[in-house]
Write a protein that binds this ligand. Structure first.
Ligand SMILES: C[S@@+](CC[C@H](N)C(=O)[O-])C[C@H]1O[C@@H](n2cnc3c(N)ncnc32)[C@H](O)[C@@H]1O
Length: 215
């Protein structure tokens, strides 16, 4: 059978585009990993991981977002941005995402990689100060990649209370952990918590926990 030359050349062209796309994505992933490692060497306790969150875990972290709420989303500790990407893919407009990162280098990277996202160079443990200039006081949910286990129960509990005080009752702070147990035990017994996902295909395996105050 004769091949339609137009069709054949279009297919060849598509293959070239796919290959170029794949190689661009690989280069960008490698560059993200190197940036992540550099941040890890500069601030081992604050980064606390040698590799960015996997796509599957990032999707699980973004899943609880209610895109119909009309409220912005707050991300803590975006790193090189795998969760940022999943949040945007979930349908959040860049201008409705506020991302707080303590590393100036990573903030510069995030600003370039995610135009329009409100990248804030600051401390997630001091949301009053860090969010002051934004004028935003209510979010749909808070999605956190902060390695809470490195900071101890008291600081982590204070961060949790501060975060869930900025979302409506019943809406979550989403927290990733590599621990088999919950990343923190809230001091307030009214705070609800449950594990929403466990992703084995993450290095190391990760769990996603949701914390909220009662309706
Ligand atoms: C384990 S990494 C996770 C990065 C990213 N979310 C991911 O999934 O790959 C933790 C990130 O939190 C940031 N971080 C740690 N402490 C912070 C703080 N107090 N305020 C803001 N960001 C912080 C680190 O710089 C790092 O980028």
């Amino acid at each position: 059978m004769e091949t339609d030359p137009h069709f054949a050349s279009r297919r060849d062209g598509d293959d070239d585009v796919d290959a170029a796309d794949r190689s661009r994505r690989k280069r960008s992933e490698l560059s993200d990993r190197l940036k992540f490692l550099a941040a890890m060497f500069r601030s081992p306790r604050r980064v606390s991981s040698v590799t960015p969150t996997s796509r599957q875990t990032a999707v699980e972290m973004a899943r609880p977002i209610d895109c119909r709420s009309g409220l912005p989303v707050l991300e803590l500790g975006p790193g090189t941005g795998p969760v940022t990407r999943a949040i945007l893919d979930r349908g959040v407009a860049p201008g409705d995402l506020y991302a707080i990162e303590q590393s100036a280098d990573l903030c510069r990277h995030l600003e370039k990689a995610f135009p329009g996202v409100n990248v804030i160079h600051g401390d997630a443990f001091d949301l009053d100060t860090t969010l002051a200039a934004t004028g935003v006081s209510l979010f749909d949910c808070v999605i956190s990649g902060i390695p809470l286990l490195s900071f101890g129960p008291e600081r982590s509990d204070a961060l949790l209370m501060s975060a869930i005080g900025r979302v409506p009752p019943g809406r979550p702070m989403v927290q990733i952990t590599y621990s088999a147990k919950a990343p923190l035990q809230p001091s307030d017994p009214r705070v609800r918590m449950h594990r929403s996902a466990r992703v084995v295909r993450n290095l190391p395996p990760a769990s996603v926990w949701l914390y909220s105050r009662p309706d």
